[in-house]
Design a protein around this ligand. Structure first.
Ligand code: SF4
Length: 402
């Protein structure tokens, strides 16, 4: 998916596994300009590679860490850690906006912002009609960018320029997100995420090195940002794209209405990629949430919103049908395997891990206290949030795909 201009496609093609190989090669052959190479791996990519190699997701995470380190990567982290920050900040943002919905007619619905395919479309096609509703919370990838280039660099006594930060993602549009000017460090040419490679590109790296993950000895992921230690593993209850709807709904029901929700009941609307969840009391709808995946459903949602006919307080919006596990950068089906069979396998692997509630991740709270001076501080706002921009309508000479 995407609505990529030709200028943007240059920014995208500059980021590839070949670039990572170049940096690693330079580290081995050139004493000057050495970089500390950090790789942050998304859970959707782990599930995709796990399906390819018939391994569990956690085993894949450990074997991938081992492979990357054998190439000269210094630290391997899990973006689940930064996803917890994204979820906590989104929960807080939603409750604040809900509380001011009487005074501010643009406070709701809150539309999620973790999918750059959707953001690209919203900025270029709908501008001010839609942008005020989009959550300012950074996606897990860009949260990780902040954590690695600011917090981790500081801990290690490094400047952000000394770190080469790579993320492994299910999606090509994440390359576009990483190259947004908002995600350069202030007054600096340094990006928070230097290079994004897809799950499929990781497979190419393994093949280029003639390595099968089946034969690699697993090692633990690095612990500072890693939620994967031993058998403990985070899950993404509720969706294949991070669980925004699930976690924000449970939090808001408790905070705003004192309701303890154990399990959400999803109602399938137009198709399986458009689902609704509501909280009702005495026949009155208190909360109305939805998940809209795939371009068809997004278009429908946007049209409803523009006509003032959207009934929702919160929508998890994702450009790919079935969400991020089905991203365009995932490993392709093998011969004899249908895309549907592969998707089911990836989804099962993705969901097979134990759930951890974001509010219970003590390591994240420690970071809020020590690094950000509390949830919702000005520093947290600067490092964990972003903004969106109206983009002039496309002119001739620029290609736009959707
Ligand atoms: Fe990328 Fe698709 Fe996920 Fe959006 S839904 S972030 S385009 S993989």
């Amino acid at each position: 998916s995407g609505c990529i201009t030709s200028a943007e496609s240059v920014l995208i093609t500059q980021q590839s596994h070949e670039e990572l190989f170049k940096v690693l090669h330079n580290n081995k052959t050139n004493d000057k300009e050495q970089k500390v190479v950090v790789v942050s791996v998304s859970p959707q990519s782990r599930a995709s590679l796990a399906a390819h190699y018939d391994l569990s997701s956690s085993e894949t995470g450990k074997r991938l860490t081992s492979f990357l380190k054998s190439l000269g990567v210094h630290h391997v982290f899990d973006t689940n850690f930064s996803r917890t920050f994204s979820l906590l900040e989104t929960q807080k943002e939603f409750v604040e906006r809900f509380q001011k919905k009487e005074q501010d007619c643009k406070a709701l619905p809150l539309l999620t912002s973790a999918c750059p395919g959707w953001i690209c479309y919203a900025e270029k096609t709908h501008g001010e009609d839609i942008l005020p509703y989009i959550s300012s919370t950074r996606s897990p990838q860009q949260m990780m960018g902040s954590l690695v280039k600011c917090y981790f660099a500081e801990q290690q006594g490094l400047s952000p320029q000394q770190i080469y930060h790579v993320t492994v993602m299910p999606c090509f549009d994440k390359k576009l997100e990483a190259s947004r000017s908002d995600f350069y460090l202030t007054n600096d040419e340094t990006r928070e995420v230097d290079c994004v490679i897809t799950s499929g590109e990781v497979l190419k790296m393994l093949e280029a090195e003639n390595v099968s993950l089946k034969d690699v000895t697993p090692v633990p992921l690095d612990t500072l940002f890693s939620n994967v230690s031993g058998d403990e593993y985070l899950s993404h209850a509720g969706s294949s794209s991070g669980g925004y709807l699930h976690h924000v709904f449970i939090y808001a029901a408790k905070q705003l209405f004192g309701e303890e929700i154990k399990e959400l009941t999803y109602k399938t609307m137009r198709n399986k990629d458009f689902q609704e969840v509501t909280l009702e009391r005495d026949g009155v709808v208190l909360l109305s949430f939805a998940a809209a995946y795939g371009f068809r459903n997004i278009q429908n949602l946007v049209q409803k919103q523009k006509r003032g006919k959207s009934p929702y307080h919160f929508v998890e919006v994702m450009a790919c049908p079935s969400g991020c596990i089905n991203g365009g950068g995932q490993v392709k089906p093998e011969s004899g395997q249908t895309p549907k069979e592969l998707l089911q396998k990836v989804e099962d692997l993705y969901k097979a891990d134990l759930p951890v509630v974001p509010e219970e991740d003590v390591r994240v709270f420690e970071l809020y206290e020590t690094w950000l001076q509390s949830v919702g501080s000005d520093r947290a706002r600067e490092l964990l949030h972003t903004q969106y921009h109206t983009v002039e309508k496309m002119t001739n000479g620029l290609t736009m795909k959707w």
